[in-house]
Design a protein around this ligand. Structure first.
Ligand SMILES: [Zn+2]
Length: 722
């Protein structure tokens, strides 16, 4: 457990003249940082030729860090880039893109499925880790960099998330054989001479050469399996790196900077499965720097926090300056523009800490080219305009961190189910080409909770199969297209035992064979009290309530986004809302001890864009009926957009740390009430170290507070919240 927040920057010595390293590191220390992350490019540097090791650069960097008192998070590199000699030694190890070309020419690297890479990487780790493991500045290892497959810089192109080399295809074939032993394997549709797809499928294994699993020619099942296989490769690679490093160092913890972000949800690295391989969750965490606040940022940090399971976690890359390249290509900036107030960095730096992060590392101190990420210019001089914010953060972290070092996140009563199968299916081409939908659905459902001041965990399918839902009162299952028997049984049991389940249109459309099915799949029609037909596209379908529901009055109007579903309500359910043509739109019901709600349109996606008060109240009423506790209520924020004001908690043995983050460009003056477990409590501002006047009535304490634009208050409450 670190006694201070690891607050720092990334440093790439290969891109800086050696006689300037000391100046840079001294500047890093001087402006208030205490840590660097380094070594992402270290393999080619430290093994310039096969079996010739030269650790001089990093010896020097580590030694300066020791002299001046900087901690070091050292990368155990593999793919950014792989050494050139490795790719020459094993030309067939080079990653291959979907067009059959060598992929990622800027950072050439070798595929994990090539045995040559593993052999050479193991030899390197055997020299590298023992060389640095006893260095006093070393605090932790980061495994590789942004561990996933990216053959080229076209990140938006979904096929570019996979490696199509012969080793991957052969390995995929073996993986399928094992998974489908004794069963019929998924198939590829035959492409005819005219390019159309024959209805007659052919077994994948009969094709020579092994074909590219192109989404157009795959069956749904084969496509989902191909994507699951790619997830599996990245997880295996991570597990492999963990095992190799632990052979030589069992003391220093291992993390990696996974990419947890909106569109990276669609990538092939399974954040949940990867988290299970690491000592600590780590993430690259970039937010939209053109906005004061982006709720996606809070959703991403919640995914990291959920996966950390109370252990603390690390932000290994975050942006520390509000700059943006005009052409949006970070490697060839034609111009750099400042977007908004420098003080934005205050809230976007405290936010991960408020979610339990134990490091905050910014990308990057300095690069040789002009770029929109640096604190220093290419010649090393300081970009002084950004330093007041860093100074303020550094001072704040020093004062507050000792009080939160042992704290854990406040336990959530609500979970959001993250379905990797559904995401994979959504990435298929043709009429199922809806890549952006999953992240909108997850973020939208998160927003309905966050705006109601309710913290949610994210859980994945494997955790649900293993019974994690018994920890929660409410489950949101947005975008749950694919439901297999294991998930269906876990959801049925959750509701039967008193859980409360809410989902929206097209849930359970596909069974595990990826067949469009009786909806919902897995016998859940009895639990959810409806059956559905194919959904229809419609712009923003409207639904209105047929009766009062919680705080919503009869006649209230809610909106969907792009779809509505024709549903038949079973006798055990009740339609509480109808579409404008009178068809049922929301079905509620009881199943054994629990309750359910199905909304027959994509209401969570709609909420992300319209933030309608009616949808917020619908969710609030569902949560209230389910008995979800509300530790905090906030009134009179005084800014136009109260969704830019956040409150979150950490819990320690006998107190609660309350973080109030104001991402508005104006001062806010909220009135805050906390529901306590004990009758008395004191409130202390941990930054200015003063008591805050408050009024206690029974188990409720109320106080007023002023928070400047883009500022934070961190308050120690000497009691636990209910
Ligand atoms: Zn490959």
């Amino acid at each position: 457990m670190n006694r201070q927040l690891y607050f720092g920057v990334d440093y790439i010595p290969e891109s800086i003249p050696p006689n300037e390293w000391r100046m840079d590191l001294e500047n890093i220390k001087k402006v208030g940082f205490n840590t660097i992350r380094t070594g992402v490019c270290a393999w080619p540097t430290c093994e310039p030729e096969p079996n010739t090791y030269d650790f001089g650069i990093y010896d020097k960097i580590m030694s300066i860090c020791k002299d001046i008192g900087l901690s070091v998070i050292l990368t155990v590199p593999q793919n950014l880039p792989s050494p050139r000699w490795l790719l020459e030694m094993y030309p067939e190890s080079w990653v291959v893109n979907h067009r059959g070309e060598k992929g990622h020419l800027r950072w050439p690297y070798a595929c994990f499925n090539h045995p040559g890479l593993r052999e050479r990487s193991a030899l390197f780790i055997k020299e590298y880790v023992p060389h640095f493991r006893d260095h006093p500045s070393l605090i932790m290892y980061q495994l590789d960099n942004e561990i996933s497959y990216t053959p080229e810089h076209r990140l938006g192109e979904k096929l570019s998330f996979h490696c199509y080399c012969q080793n991957c295809l052969k390995e995929f074939n073996r993986w399928l054989d094992k998974k489908y032993e004794g069963k019929e394997r998924p198939e590829v549709k035959r492409q005819t001479a005219t390019g159309t797809i024959s209805r007659e499928p052919i077994p994948f294994s009969d094709l020579r050469p092994i074909p590219l699993p192109d989404p157009v020619f795959c069956t749904e099942l084969l496509w989902v399996e191909w994507r699951k296989f790619q997830d599996h490769v990245i997880t295996m690679k991570t597990k492999w790196l963990v095992d190799e490093v632990k052979k030589y160092d069992e003391i220093h913890p291992l993390t990696s900077n996974m990419m947890i972000g909106s569109w990276t949800l669609l990538r092939n690295h399974d954040i949940f499965d990867l988290s299970r391989q690491l000592d600590f969750v780590g993430t690259s965490s970039y937010t939209d720097v053109t906005k004061d606040y982006d709720i996606q940022d809070s959703a991403n940090l919640s995914i990291a926090r959920s996966n950390a399971k109370g252990k603390g976690w690390h932000v290994l890359e975050r942006k520390g300056v509000p700059l943006k390249s005009l052409n949006h290509d970070i490697f060839d900036a034609n111009g750099i523009m400042k977007t908004g107030d420098n003080r934005r960095v205050i809230t976007w730096s405290w936010r991960p800490v408020a979610y339990g992060a134990r490091s905050l590392i910014y990308w990057i101190w300095r690069l040789a080219r002009p770029n929109d990420y640096s604190f220093a210019y290419p010649d090393g001089t300081l970009a002084t305009e950004f330093l007041p914010a860093i100074d303020k953060l550094s001072t704040g972290f020093q004062k507050v961190y000792p009080h939160i070092a042992e704290a854990k996140p406040y336990p959530s009563e609500v979970a959001i189910l993250f379905s990797k199968s559904s995401i994979h299916l959504s990435q298929k081409s043709g009429d199922f080409n809806i890549p952006e939908v999953p992240s909108q659905a997850y973020t939208g459902s998160f927003a309905t909770l966050w705006d109601n001041r309710v913290q949610a965990d994210f859980v994945d399918e494997e955790e649900v199969r293993k019974g994690i839902l018994c920890n929660y009162k409410v489950l949101f299952a947005p975008f749950l297209y694919v439901i297999d028997e294991g998930i269906a049984e876990a959801l049925r049991k959750f509701v039967a035992e008193g859980g409360n389940l809410i989902w929206d249109a097209e849930s359970g459309s596909y069974d595990k064979e990826m067949y469009y099915y009786k909806v919902p799949a897995g016998g859940l029609d009895q639990v959810m009290h409806y059956q559905a037909h194919m959904p229809y596209g419609e712009e923003k379908p409207q639904l209105s309530l047929n009766e009062d529901y919680g705080s919503l009055a009869k006649g209230s109007v809610l909106k969907g986004y792009a779809w509505w579903e024709e549903i038949e309500v079973l006798p055990s359910g009740r339609a509480i809302a109808s579409f404008s043509d009178g068809r049922p739109a929301i079905v509620v019901g009881q199943y054994d001890k629990g309750t359910t709600m199905h909304v027959a349109t994509d209401i969570f996606r709609a909420y992300l864009f319209d933030r309608s008060m009616e949808t917020r109240n619908l969710v609030d009423s569902f949560l209230t009926k389910a008995g979800v506790k509300r530790p905090i209520s906030i009134a009179n924020i005084g800014a136009d957009e109260d969704d830019r004001f956040e409150a979150t908690f950490l819990e320690s043995e006998d107190s609660t740390i309350l973080f109030l983050l104001n991402s508005n460009s104006m001062k806010v003056q909220p009135k805050i009430s906390l529901n306590l477990k004990e009758k008395e409590c004191k409130l202390k501002d941990l930054i200015i170290r003063q008591l805050i006047p408050s009024k206690t009535e029974g188990l409720k304490v109320t106080f007023d507070i002023k928070i400047d634009p883009y500022d934070v208050k961190i308050i120690q409450v000497s009691a636990k919240l209910t």
